[in-house]
Design a protein around this ligand. Sequence first.
Ligand SMILES: [Zn+2]
Length: 218
Amino acid sequence: MNLIIFGPPGAGKGTQSSFLVKRKKMFQLSTGDLLRNELSSASDLSRKLKEIMDSGKLVSDDIINDLIEKKISDPEIKNNIIFDGFPRNIDQAKSLDKMLYKYKQKISKVINLEVDYSILIKRISGRVSCSICKKPFNEYFDPPGKDTYCTSKECFRRELVKRSDDNENTVTSRLKTYDEQTLPILKYYRYKGIVKDVDAMKSINEVTDQISGIISDI
Ligand SMILES: [Zn+2]
């Protein structure tokens, strides 16, 4: 079984993927991890990647596809993959289908995490974490203790920090890119009849339960 975990930034794709990794022993494939792993190796591709990234260019679909093909053809993990944050555009979706077909596999289901954008904006722009223990809080949904300090015993009243790219403007522009480039893929998979919609505004555990229900049918 290969799955795609689909949804806008902040919908909880990473969180739900790690649940599937733990409980179902699946392999989580994210292109960010693939690139980081390749960069830390001594391959020819690694040198090429370094050049591209140092020059500030985007890594081409061809390179990403090569890295993904390596995983799809790997007997250790094949047909047991969760694609997290990939494909990001319709061309990538089509090449992924071709590659899977070549290795006699397919996407079994696309799990579509649905969240209202107003909530996503608060989820991301409200993210803060303790500067010492790194415990995450959310200014809207999980406010820290009195006077916006971490209240853990070990780091009583330590300052909270916010990542500079977690602000409303950045989130809005990421959502716009998602709408324009990534969302059209959903239509492509709906046409194939493999999309399952999940209400991702519920608690993490409830979302996990919904996903478990879907994959137990496969
Ligand atoms: Zn703390």
